[in-house]
Structure formats: structure tokens, C-alpha cells
Write a protein of this length. Structure first.
Length: 214
């Protein structure tokens, strides 16, 4: 999973025209911080991670299949799609409130929220979902412009314009968070735990929105 190089280059071109005099290295470094804040605060990057539920075992290490750092737990479900009480006191380590009694081991899954983490690519491009710039390029650009324009004594410094873009960035994060909670369903008011017909589920798939089944 990675950003499309063409989309990222177009994004950089847009940024360069508004940040005259900024170095590419400086822009790329700031993009990482902006994306980290975006994903951390929006909960937009989610992944369903499958694991083997073993009898009398409560702790499980969740390993993402599509890069990124796990920062939150959305929920855990058993092989029948029934919600299971769980929490994540340590990032990446799932703890079930009650140990399963299933024998043999059953395939359960947890839905987690992730953000970008190091390392980036050799070109200093954050490793993020390919839909990031396709869906949220305007919001990411607002964050980049806002943070860089508020830097002091630069050719592109502009306090009023930078403040404007940061305000738009925070508004964009709020919209993305609401969309994630509503599974990107038009008119959705809140996100609901999935119900899987016939015990089917999406495991190990990193998406911008979870499958919602009513």
C-alpha cells in the first residue's frame, strides 16, 4: 500500500506554487507530520486484523498487514460476527475481557485505527493508503500550507493565510472523522458494529471505510 507517485507529484506541484521558495525536502518532511496529524485525529485509516482466538488466552499481538502504526481499537468480533468485549491498553496488543473457550482455535478479528509511521520511502514519501490524496488531498494541502506559512522569517511566511488554511485543515479532519464513523454512507448518523451474513467477514483489509451490512 502506497500513495500513487503521480498523485503525490501533482500534490507537490500544487504546494510548490503556493510556497514559493520552499525546498522540496522541507515540504516532504512537513507532509509526513500533516498526514500523521490527519490520520491520528480523523480515525480514517482502519484495518481489520484477523487472529486465532485460543482457549484460555486473553492477550494477542495485532500485526497490520498494510503498514502504519496502530493507535486505537474500534472493536473485536468472533467468528460469528458477535462483538467481543476487548481493549488495547498497549498499542498493538489486544486484550480480551474474557478468555475464549473455543476449541479448536477460531478465527476472530479486530478493527483498528492507524496512522503513518517511519520509515517513509526512499523519496521521503509517507507510506499511506492509496486513497489518501484521491479523497483528502484538499485537506492535506490545507494542513501543509497552514503549518509552513506559520513558520517565521520564510519567503512563504504569511500568518493570516496560514491561520486560514489551518482552520480549514481542522474542519477537514472533523469531516473525515464523521465520514469514518458513518462508514462513508450518505446520511449516516453514526457507525454501527458490522453484522456478517453467514459468518463472513473482511479480515486483513485496509480500507477508508468498513463494510457496513444491515
Amino acid at each position: 500500500m502506497a500513495l500513487d507517485p503521480r498523485e503525490f507529484e501533482q500534490f507537490l506541484t500544487n504546494a510548490r506554487t503556493k510556497l514559493m521558495g520552499a525546498s522540496d525536502a522541507g515540504i516532504r518532511a512537513e507532509v509526513y507530520d500533516v498526514m500523521k496529524e490527519f490520520f491520528t485525529d480523523s480515525n480514517a485509516w482502519r484495518e481489520d486484523i484477523e487472529f486465532q482466538a485460543v482457549a484460555a488466552t486473553t492477550d494477542y499481538l495485532l500485526i497490520p498487514k498494510a503498514n502504519g502504526q496502530i493507535i486505537r481499537l474500534v472493536g473485536t468480533w468472533d467468528d460469528k460476527g458477535i462483538s467481543v468485549p476487548s481493549f488495547m491498553a498497549e498499542f498493538g496488543t489486544l486484550k480480551l475481557l474474557h478468555a475464549p473457550d473455543s476449541t479448536p482455535a477460531a478465527k476472530w478479528f479486530s478493527r483498528v485505527v492507524k496512522t503513518v509511521t517511519l520509515p517513509t520511502t526512499r523519496e521521503n514519501v509517507p507510506i499511506a493508503p492509496d486513497w489518501t490524496l484521491r479523497v483528502y488531498s484538499v485537506t492535506i494541502l490545507d494542513g501543509l500550507l497552514g503549518k509552513m506559512m506559520l513558520q517565521e522569517a520564510k519567503s512563504y511566511s504569511n500568518t493570516s493565510t496560514g491561520t486560514y488554511h489551518l482552520k480549514r485543515f481542522r474542519q477537514g479532519i472533523k469531516v473525515a472523522r464523521t465520514e469514518a464513523e458513518g462508514a462513508n454512507l450518505v446520511g449516516a448518523q453514526s457507525w454501527a458494529f458490522p453484522r456478517f451474513a453467514g459468518g463472513s467477514q473482511r479480515g486483513g483489509v485496509s480500507t477508508a471505510w468498513p463494510t457496513r451490512v444491515f
